[in-house]
Design a protein around this ligand. Structure first.
Ligand code: PXL
Length: 261
């Protein structure tokens, strides 16, 4: 059995967060584990409240799990607060060597509600040095790298900065929020040098959809848990999300939800 672990916030709608990650893992044939980092109160329209889990309880969930049933890959999503980020970093010290970590550096919900407090950013940046891949959207890439991402050259600089200065193994800067083609920029660290690829996307006219960032990072994590290379896992995950977007359905009066498989 291949196992993927998600450390993420709860989204009761099932559209994003831990509930969505577990659906993605299931759809891709890996067993899903979940450590809850925060509770949210939300519907398909907006996030009403955010409540971080006690950091020592996050640490306890993680350590207890790692000692018994260590995963083959780990995904980090919404972490809510500085102490939770530090607890996760501490707990991941017990992750067996070589288990890849994918960081979706969730800063805010689509409605603008902060999902990570700003003072947690330095601790999140420290975590990047231990990750195989970080998957920011444009706003997150700007915030984490300090680069102006309004041009393609700026997006490339942000992706390179996350690899060369922050120490991520690779960075996938997602262009879905850009005007124009939703191309993603993948920077891969390769023994001292960085290779940058643009992965072209096409925009689907589906209106607002919730949870695409969570699904993409979860799908990459599932691929890595199954032993795929990073580039292969990213390609497969991008295709998986496009298919889920094409099938998206409304469950409430707000954003549509992805439909997997
Ligand atoms: O899509 C980002 C995200 C991640 N995790 C949780 C969320 C959201 C967006 O609302 O609620 C728990």
């Amino acid at each position: 059995m291949r196992i993927a672990l998600s450390i993420a916030g709860s989204d009761p709608t099932g559209g994003a967060g831990l509930q969505a990650d577990l659906q993605v893992f299931r759809a891709l044939g890996v067993h899903g584990q979940g450590v809850v980092s925060a509770l949210t109160v939300q519907d398909t329209v907006k996030v009403h409240r955010v409540l971080p889990v006690f950091p020592n309880v996050v640490l306890d969930q993680l350590r207890t799990l790692l000692r018994d049933a260590p995963p083959d890959a780990v995904k980090l999503g919404m972490l809510a607060g500085d102490e939770v980020v530090r607890a996760v970093a501490h707990g991941l010290g017990e992750l067996p060597e070589g288990v890849p970590i994918v960081v979706d550096p969730v800063l805010a919900a689509s409605d603008g509600t902060p999902l990570l407090e700003r003072r947690a950013i330095p601790a999140l940046l420290e975590l990047l040095s231990r990750c195989a891949l970080v998957t920011p959207n444009l706003e997150e890439a700007r915030e984490l790298s300090g680069c102006d991402v309004s041009t393609r050259a700026g997006v490339e600089a942000a992706a390179r900065t996350l690899v060369e200065e922050c120490g991520a193994g690779a960075a996938l800067v997602k262009g879905g929020h850009a005007e124009g083609p939703p191309d993603d920029c993948l920077a891969l660290g390769q023994g001292g040098s960085t290779v940058v690829h643009w992965l072209t996307g096409r925009r689907l006219d589906v209106g607002p959809v919730h949870g695409t960032g969570c699904a993409l990072a979860a799908a990459v994590t599932a691929g890595l848990a199954q032993g795929r290379s990073l580039e292969e896992a990213v390609d497969d995950a991008r295709r998986f999300v496009v298919e889920a977007l094409a099938r998206a359905e409304a469950a409430g009066s707000g954003a549509r939800l992805l439909v997997f498989g």
